[in-house]
Design a protein around this ligand. Sequence first.
Ligand SMILES: [Zn+2]
Length: 93
Amino acid sequence: MLTEQEFEQVTSLRSKSVGASDCFGPVLAEYERITGLKETNPNAIYHHRLSLYGPPCQFCGKPLRTPQAKLCGSCMKPVCAKERDVPAKSHER
Ligand SMILES: [Zn+2]
């Protein structure tokens, strides 16, 4: 999983190699350098971005599947509303 800074670092390498037959080669190499994982599908890197996910589940610690998740996709426990940025009753204002 990449932080925003790491994601920018990895994906910025793609534009440097426009026109090359293997334009994702440097992207995959940088991803492997940062994470230690050898990824062969460039599209997968675009999904391994922390900002696409929510905060860690308060019960199991796995990242929520989206920042708006109301339920943990791993342990299926509800996300506590008071830890969210948006108050639960904001629509009543
Ligand atoms: Zn959980």
